[in-house]
Write a protein that binds this ligand. Structure first.
Ligand SMILES: Nc1ncnc2c1ncn2[C@@H]1O[C@H](COP(=O)(O)OP(=O)(O)O)[C@@H](O)[C@H]1O
Ligand SMILES: [Mg+2]
Length: 178
């Protein structure tokens, strides 16, 4: 099985990118896939979200990208089987384009089906990107908001929450794409 890199992107902040990266990584690790989560955001929320203290961290992905340290040294383990983490520092490489880049899929996050706006947006996205949208929709769920302050992916915070179930479903879809 060859390695695959997945980036979670959106130019907008606060839309659930970090939450998706952390919880899909956790889902893959729980599925027994060796998983490396690379935190390239200077805010380091994926790092703290998995219970790693940011202050005084050395080396991080910043030092690796500068060529000062090896990637191996920057990797931290996590309590989840096979989930590893490279913490951030500074934001770099954002511009490095990969010619083999392909869209894995569009995921709707923080979805609140009780509002007609959310339903309208969902329909618009389906109209503009037919066949490119993950079936799984991530609902707005308080457990997803809480989990980072416990330094845990949502599955270890509350496995039965709608957020955990949704991210496990999304992980299953990502695996199916292989
Ligand atoms: N589906 C969701 N339900 C409830 N809260 C969420 C959900 N997704 C993200 N959050 C919370 O919203 C905030 C922004 O999410 P985050 O993943 O950090 O966004 P981004 O990385 O795109 O800036 C965080 O506090 C996060 O815990
Ligand atoms: Mg983020």
């Amino acid at each position: 099985m060859s390695a695959k890199s997945i980036a979670v992107v959106n130019q907008k902040g606060g839309v659930g990118k970090t939450t998706t990266a952390v919880n899909v990584a956790a889902g893959l690790a729980l599925a027994g896939r060796p998983t490396l989560l690379i935190d390239l955001d200077p805010q380091g929320n994926a790092t703290t979200g998995l219970g790693v203290q940011k202050s005084g961290l050395y080396p991080t992905i910043y030092h690796v990208l500068l060529g000062a340290e090896s990637l191996e040294k920057a990797v931290r383990g996590s309590e989840l089987l096979d989930l590893r983490l490279v913490p951030s520092d500074i934001d770099l490489v954002r511009e490095r384009l990969n010619p083999r880049l392909a869209v894995e899929g569009i995921v709707l996050t923080m979805f609140d089906g009780r509002t007609s706006l959310a339903l309208q947006i969902r329909d618009e996205v389906h109209r503009y990107f037919p066949g490119e949208i993950f079936e799984t929709v991530i609902p707005r769920n308080i457990r997803l908001t809480e989990a980072p302050s416990h330094g845990k992916p949502v599955m270890l915070h509350d496995l039965r929450s709608s957020g955990a179930i949704a991210y496990l479903d999304l992980t299953r879809e990502v695996i199916r794409h292989e």
